[in-house]
Design a protein around this ligand. Structure first.
Ligand code: FRU
Length: 496
């Protein structure tokens, strides 16, 4: 029996969502069927397909009443909307079905683990956050009878029952299950808790995997923990960050800790820390271990501090997911590459090699808003370093978004001030890149309303959304000083 609230959401999604013109959406980044979207949830491989759920408010383009929207894909790039998977229709999740994760059980059922939130004492009361389960077949999900499976009673002394959320579940080699959940201590700082389960249904506290020592914001949201290339990686999204050089910016940020896992003590010891993404629009990442062994990450291609929720009202959909990205660890750093499936949808290759120039440059056939472009720039003469290189895209007489690089500082900046935004929020961000004597390598993926910039083979990534009119599709290059550049551009999904 499908609950009324879920049925209503499904009917509304179908009616209102199917009316949204495909041309008004990104081509291969997932956007909500209708309404508002935030975090990716339940990223999993189930019965031969990738499933991705998302924090959804179908009824408006602002955050409210969290449902789990649902889509599936065979290649991580073409997504099919499926009916809404969960509505906040139980006493324990009446304030929202918050973020969580999913996996396939050995008996073929799909298990969702999420945070059920309720308010104690009415709408203005205290938020109570608990971990809950739902089981389904890839289409319909039934919430577990004995929800919640983890509540405040399992929390170590001094942890808040108001901030206990975002379970990320995985299966261990011995067939048992574990999950990490974000929690908050009395001093406001986050802790990541580890829980264990023999069957995925009955859960117990194992350890405090790691505590925020105050260097990286306050509460840590959406944790994820996995082995990769001989190391262990903890990804999370800290709230209330203070800036630190070019590494971290104010507000809601992203954090990647790379280190070792002491399996006996069940403690994670970080060795290196870095931002996950150095651009403007990125938060709440979640990974999947794909059947072929790749660790693939997807994230909300927005950020609480950079989206003007009220400004979205009246539109039919808001927000996108990032491109799924393949992760690796090299020399103590996280590397990201767009999923290799993207290369299957390249066409119209245009290539230029060794173009020496200074000043402004345009190149035939290098334009568009749905493309994959690789570019390398270097000084013509190492003894005479150029002062600045810039790539401008989504450009016409009125608009442009720019990437600019100053080799003396090794700083790469993304600037969307002239992208058509009429609000005074964050338009620029800078990132310190590894100094390679003025050589810079970029791979830029454009998909209508976004740019993802993979720097120096994925050593860093800068992501930003742009709402620029699609007619602005020009691309130009600029150099203050003498540079030599190689460019290869492909259109993406041109035949579809
Ligand atoms: C992160 C987050 C999560 C929470 C969800 C609610 O963006 O705040 O911690 O589960 O969004 O929508």
């Amino acid at each position: 029996m499908i609950n009324q609230k879920l049925l209503f959401a499904r009917t509304y999604e179908k009616e209102a969502g199917d009316k949204i013109a495909a041309e008004s959406r990104p081509k291969f980044h997932l956007s909500p069927h209708v309404g508002w979207m935030n975090d990716p949830n339940g990223f999993s491989y189930y019965k031969g397909e990738y499933h991705l759920f998302y924090q959804s408010n179908p009824y408006d383009t602002v955050w409210n009443s969290m449902h789990w929207g649902h889509a599936s894909s065979k290649d991580l790039l073409h997504w099919t909307y499926l009916p809404c998977a969960m509505a906040p229709d139980e006493a324990y999740d009446s304030y929202g079905c918050f973020s969580g994760s999913a996996l396939e059980l050995p008996d073929g059922r799909h298990l969702l683990m999420y945070t059920g939130v309720r308010k104690e004492g009415g709408d203005h009361g205290e938020e109570l956050q608990t971990q809950c389960l739902a089981v389904g077949d890839g289409l319909n999900y039934k919430k577990y009878e004995t929800n919640p499976v983890l509540d405040a009673s399992v929390l170590p002394e001094g942890l808040s029952k108001n901030d206990f959320r975002d379970p990320k579940i995985w299966r261990e080699e011995d067939g048992s299950y574990q999950c990490v959940v974000g929690a908050r201590r009395k001093n406001g700082l986050g802790s990541i808790l580890l829980f264990g389960s023999p069957d995925g249904f009955s859960w117990h506290y194992e350890s405090t995997l790691i505590e925020n020592d105050g260097h990286h914001g306050m509460m840590w949201e959406c944790p994820d923990f996995f082995p990769l290339d001989g190391k262990h990686v903890l990804l999370c999204s800290p709230q209330d960050m203070l800036p630190e050089g070019f590494e971290y910016h104010n507000g809601n940020g992203t954090l990647c800790l790379i280190g070792t896992y002491d399996k006996d003590k069940k403690k994670f010891i970080p060795e290196n820390n870095q931002s996950i993404d150095y651009g403007i629009d990125f938060y709440a990442s979640q990974t999947i271990l794909a059947p072929d062994g790749r660790r693939i990450m997807i994230a909300w291609m927005q950020n609480w501090d950079t989206c003007d929720q009220n400004g979205t009202r009246g539109k039919k959909w808001f927000a996108q997911m990032t491109l799924p990205r393949e992760l690796s660890v090299r020399n103590g750093r996280l590397y990201q590459q767009p999923v290799r499936e993207l290369e299957l949808y390249r066409s119209n290759k245009t290539e230029y090699k060794n173009i020496a120039f200074e000043g402004e440059l345009r190149l035939d056939e290098i334009e568009g808003r749905t493309l994959d472009m690789e570019l390398t720039v270097r000084p013509e003469d190492k003894a005479e370093m150029y002062r600045k290189f810039a790539l401008r895209f989504a450009q016409d007489e009125q608009y442009r978004t720019a990437l600019s690089f100053r080799p003396y500082e090794s700083v790469l900046k993304i600037d969307r001030k002239f992208s058509g935004s009429r609000r005074a929020y964050i338009h620029q961000r800078r990132s310190l890149t590894a100094n390679k004597e003025g050589e810079l390598k970029l791979r830029v993926i454009l998909d209508r309303f976004s740019a993802e910039v993979f720097v120096n083979d994925g050593e860093q990534v800068m992501t930003a959304t742009i709402m620029t009119d699609l007619a602005a599709k020009g691309i130009s290059f600029f150099a203050d000083g003498n540079v030599v550049m190689d460019v290869t551009k492909y259109d993406l999904f041109a035949e579809e």
